[in-house]
Design a binder for this molecule. Sequence first.
Ligand code: MF3
Ligand code: CO
Length: 250
Amino acid sequence: MIALKSKREIEIMRDCGRIVAEVLAEVGQKCRAGVTTLELDRAAAAATAKKGAVAAFKGYRGYPASLCTSVNHQVVHGIPGDYVVKEGDIVSIDFGVLYRGYYGDSAITVGIPPVAADTARLLEVTEQCLYRGIAEMLPGNHLSDIGRAIQTHAESAGFSLVREFGGHGIGRKMHEDPMVLNYVTGGRGIRLKTGLVLAVEPMVNQGGKEVEILADGWTVVTCDRSPSAHFEHTIAVTDNGPEILTQTAG
Ligand code: MF3
Ligand code: CO
C-alpha cells in the first residue's frame, strides 16, 4: 500500500530531512585520512541527539550502528569499526533519522584525495544518476522512468548497476511501498502522484554488477572487488516538481 503524504506531513519530513542533511554534511567533513569509521559513527550519533532526533538505522533488524560506512568495494551496509580511512579511498556514508514520527534517509560517497581518475568519475556519474532519477519524479510520470534514467546514465558511462538493492517509499516507516528499482524490468510501474515521497539510491559499480554479502550478515561488496559508489536523497513529488527533502536550509 502506498501512503501519499499531505502538505502538513511533508512539512515535518522537510524538517526531518534537513536534520539528516546537516548531520551528513558534518560527518562528511570529518571523513578524512586518519579517521576511523567508528569515529564518524560517534560523531553522527552525537549530532543527531543534539538535534532532538533518533538515528534510524540503529536497532533496525539488529543493525548495530547509526551510520552505514561502505569503503571502496563495499557497496552498502558497511558497519562502522576500527577501519582507518586513507588517501585514495571512497567512503559511502548512509544515514537516516526518525523525527516527529517521520523518517528521512540520505547517502553520499566521499572521495579522499587523491582518488584514481576512473573512480572519481564513478562518484561523479553515480551522483548524476541520482539527480537524473530525481528529475523524473513528476506527477504523471511512471516509477520506471526513474530507474530508466539511472540505468541509462550509469551504463552509458561504462559502469554497472547493482540490482539486488534499490530505493523505497519513506514516511512513517523507513521502508514503505513502492520499491524503487534503479533499472528497467519491462513494466511501467505505478504512476507518480503529488504526495508520493521516495528515497532514491543508485548503487553503481566500476566493474561487474554482481554483489555478495560478507559473513557479518550486513556488508554488501562487489564480487570482483571493484569500487562502488552510492548516493541517496529523500524526495517528495509535488505539483511544482520534485522537492529534495534531505538538504540543508542554506
Ligand atoms: N539507506 C539504507 C536503506 O534504505 C539504510 C538501511 S541500513 C540499515 O536501506 F542498517 F538500517 F538496515
Ligand atoms: Co534508503
